[in-house]
Design a protein around this ligand. Structure first.
Ligand SMILES: *Cc1c(COP(=O)(O)O)cnc(C)c1O
Length: 333
């Protein structure tokens, strides 16, 4: 299958906000959006997005994973950027319409349809650096994607950076483009210098997350991850793994922990990154101040595999949806 995120369904849904109101969304053939060069987003980064998946089951219907939670997170992102906040039912409806149109394009599990709602500020005013965009465009793009682990489930190596933050205290939990721009330089530097896959951002020793995934420590009976605050993105995969972990009898510990503690814990705990694209990906090694630290024996561990399996079983329809996470969608063409 083509590289993640490079193939798109041939139609998408678009809605515009102007004169204080959202206009009805329309499904249209996928095409460039006409945009004025003065659009707020180009200059002042007024943009946020979501990323989640729909799966096609054997019954020919699709199931969207945690649709309403992702819609709610997008509303929080929009509000934090002072963008017009989409109505929850309208945005969920746009996603459902796009999925219903494209069920035939969804490859069977473990492949899926990746959904990318995006909201951008389109106010034509380059003088609006310190004022919000009162016009906006919201669209929902769909992209058939393969299994992340097709590429080989090699455990990841991370650079532990105890100086720099991925984002800021006010935007860390907002899914906004600027945060990825901020993480890009440090991540490319780390890849070039240490050959690592990602940077684990731990400003002042506070273990937060990587550029686009949450970080978890997992033993035979406990899952440890940073408690929610505004400094990092509140991943739905993180939340789902914690709930399933609780169901499976793990003690769930959401707390602050430091780099010093982390380096000790990885002697006994598995480490993993969580996110929609990769689900739960094993971490086999850390680099800190030029020194290599193995996570246990450096191989992917059984608890990471077990938790990933529990989540995928629900997504693929081989286990009951005990938490009501799935939205069923029937084909509309
Ligand atoms: C999207 C994202 C995640 C993962 O969120 P999920 O809801 O699990 O996909 C984690 N960290 C960052 C910075 C993200 O952008």
């Amino acid at each position: 299958m083509a590289q993640f995120g490079t193939v798109f369904c041939d139609s998408f849904s678009v809605a515009r906000y102007a004169d204080g109101a959202w206009q009805p969304a329309k499904i249209t053939p996928l095409a460039p959006l006409p945009m004025h060069p003065a659009a707020h987003v180009f200059h002042y980064a007024s943009s946020c997005f979501e990323g989640f998946k729909a799966y096609r089951w054997n019954d020919g219907k699709a199931r969207i994973f945690r649709l309403h939670d992702h819609v709610a997170r997008m509303q929080r992102s929009a509000a934090s950027l002072r963008l017009p906040v989409p109505d929850a039912d309208s945005l969920a409806g746009m996603v459902i319409d796009v999925v219903a149109q494209h069920i035939g394009d969804i490859p069977a599990p473990p492949s899926s349809l990746y959904l990318r709602p995006t909201l951008i500020g389109t106010l034509e005013n380059i003088g609006a650096a310190a004022s919000p965009s009162t016009e906006a465009t919201l669209f929902v793009l769909a992209s058939p994607v393969g299994d992340y682990f097709d590429a080989g489930a090699r455990p990841l190596r991370l650079l532990v950076d105890d100086q720099r933050a991925r984002s800021t205290e006010q935007l860390g939990s907002t899914k906004t483009g600027g945060n990825y721009a901020a993480a890009l330089g440090p991540t490319l530097e780390a890849k070039a210098k240490y050959g690592v896959d990602q940077v684990l951002f731990c400003p002042n020793g506070d273990v937060q997350e990587t550029g686009a995934a949450n970080f978890l420590l997992i033993s035979d009976d406990e899952i440890i991850t940073k408690a929610l605050d505004t400094s990092f993105l509140h991943g739905m995969t993180r939340d789902s793994i914690l709930r399933l972990g609780n169901d499976l009898g793990y003690t769930i510990t959401e707390r602050h922990f430091t780099v010093d503690e982390l380096l000790q814990l990885v002697a006994t705990h598995e480490a993993a990154l969580s996110g929609t694209a990769a689900c739960l990906a094993p971490v086999g090694g850390l680099v800190y101040r030029g020194e290599e630290f193995k996570v246990r024996d450096g191989e992917s561990g059984p608890n990471t595999a077990k938790l990933r399996q529990a989540l995928q079983d629900i997504q693929y329809g081989s286990a009951p949806d005990t938490h009501n996470w799935l939205t069923e969608v029937t084909a509309s063409r």
